[in-house]
Ligand binder design. Structure first.
Ligand code: NAP
Length: 409
């Protein structure tokens, strides 16, 4: 880890709010593979947007941190304690992709980071940027923000191999005590979903809708089949909303029974949809949806399906957020074959940086980033991934794409 930036001040978090100084210290982890390429373009764009929006009054002071292969070479650890301690103190960080170490017992560095900091909400805004090649007739109809629960569900890591001692012991318990029909020799996994874990995720989605002037929050679940896990997710969501957001939220049912279908001004609608139907809804009636709150597995599938509708994962941003720590990240991987070639699209990390600026309340700078990225795509001088799908697109380098965005501000 490099020395601290002496000019910056630490961000603090109290009573559920971040306090952002004018020169905040923010953690920067370029990551592995193409990470350093996309990070240098992103840094250039974010710095230019902040300088332009606030005329020097505000400035991000980056705190360089290492994780992944670079950290392993330096310290023998993929996720050094010093990096974890620094993120804890800095509160907000932005990261490029990290390679999953082969062997060594680490499932994924991203999963490890999420668990370490209890980053329970994976947030993925998905909207269309005009000019991005895509498979839909009206791609602009989709504009959703997905809140995916990040710590529970079948992704909790509670699974045991077929024939293992653990699977056999659990199988015996299920057969003997619960009279469950489980074939001997089965592999077994457990799907934990708690009221606390579900409510905090749905609470974050509702709060986001309130703060960002969104109109609807939809809980996506498979509660018709998995009644006590996903069905309960839905139920806990309605209970929590009633207890904590009664002045802000009405349910879809209340819209009909209490308000005769007339949307009362200023109210956000809370509704729910069955996951399989939701995949259809998002293709057939995308403009009817806004903020989505989902358990872990549904959210994983839905995020990528939605990203495909607007042109793929190449420019999809994301963040993993807990109470008091937020890490913004590119949603794609390290694309090792392009590492160091100054070739790939930095759009995903740049838009994650835009999310970070909005999250900090620096919305003027965030809006500049988004507008300039849109103008650059319309200018059709783009990285290879977009150029190859456009009829008349000109391929430019990753760094040039960043420079074009800065020039468009
Ligand atoms: P990947 O790195 O996302 O790359 C797959 C393909 O996606 C690339 O070959 C390229 O397609 C395209 N692509 C990815 N990023 C792009 C960009 N910025 N611009 C343009 N095209 C881009 O997936 P992977 O090869 O499966 O995974 C490689 C490593 O990344 C693995 O170690 C994996 O564990 C890790 N990973 C990390 C994260 C994370 O840190 N969040 C997420 C996913 C995977 P073309 O070949 O068609 O050009």
């Amino acid at each position: 880890m490099s020395a601290e930036n002496p000019q910056g001040e630490y961000i603090t978090f109290s009573e559920g709010e971040y306090q952002i100084p004018d020169r905040p210290l923010i953690g920067a982890l370029p990551g592995d593979g193409i990470g350093p390429d996309i990070w240098s373009a992103t840094k250039m764009v974010l710095e230019a947007a902040v300088a332009k929006a606030y005329a020097g009054k505000r400035k991000i002071c980056w705190q360089p941190l290492t994780a992944g292969e670079a950290a392993f070479k330096e310290s023998g650890s993929y996720l050094p304690e010093a990096t974890l301690a620094a993120i804890e103190k800095l509160k907000i960080a932005i990261k490029g992709p990290l390679a999953t170490p082969i062997g060594g017992g680490i499932r994924s560095l991203n999963v490890a980071l999420r668990h370490h900091f209890d980053l329970y909400a994976c947030i993925r805004p998905v909207r269309y940027y005009e000019g991005v090649p895509n498979p839909m007739k009206r791609p602009g109809d989709l504009d959703v923000v997905i809140f995916r629960e990040n710590t529970e569900d079948v992704y909790a890591g509670l699974e045991w191999a077929a024939g293992s001692e653990e699977a056999e012991a659990l199988g015996d318990y299920l057969r003997d005590k619960l009279k469950a029909k489980v074939r001997p020799g089965s592999a077994l996994g457990i799907k934990p979903m708690s009221p606390e874990g579900s409510k905090r995720l749905i609470r974050a989605a509702i709060q986001y809708a309130i703060d960002n002037d969104r109109k609807m929050v939809t809980m996506v679940h498979k509660g018709n089949i998995m009644k006590f896990t996903e069905g309960a997710f839905r139920q806990w969501g309605y209970e929590m909303a009633k207890a904590e957001f009664a002045d802000k939220i009405i349910t879809e049912e209340e819209l009909v029974t209490k308000y005769e279908g007339e949307w009362p001004p200023g109210k956000i609608i809370l509704n729910d949809r069955i996951a399989d139907a939701m995949f259809q809804q998002l293709l057939l009636r995308p403009d009817e949806y806004d903020v989505l709150a989902t358990p872990n597995l549904n959210g994983d599938y839905l995020s990528d399906a939605c990203a495909a509708q607007v042109g793929g994962l190449g420019i999809a941003p994301g963040a993993n957020v807990g109470d008091g720590i937020a890490i913004f990240e590119a949603t794609h991987g390290t694309a090792p074959k392009y590492a160091g070639l100054d070739k790939v699209n930095p759009g995903s990390l740049i838009l994650s940086g835009k999310m970070m600026l909005d999250f900090m309340g620096w919305r003027k700078a965030g809006a500049l980033v988004e507008k300039a990225l849109q103008a650059t795509i319309l200018g059709r001088r783009v990285t290879y991934d977009l150029a190859r799908q456009m009829n008349d697109g000109e391929e430019v380098r990753c760094s040039t794409f960043g420079e074009l965005i800065v020039a468009a501000m």
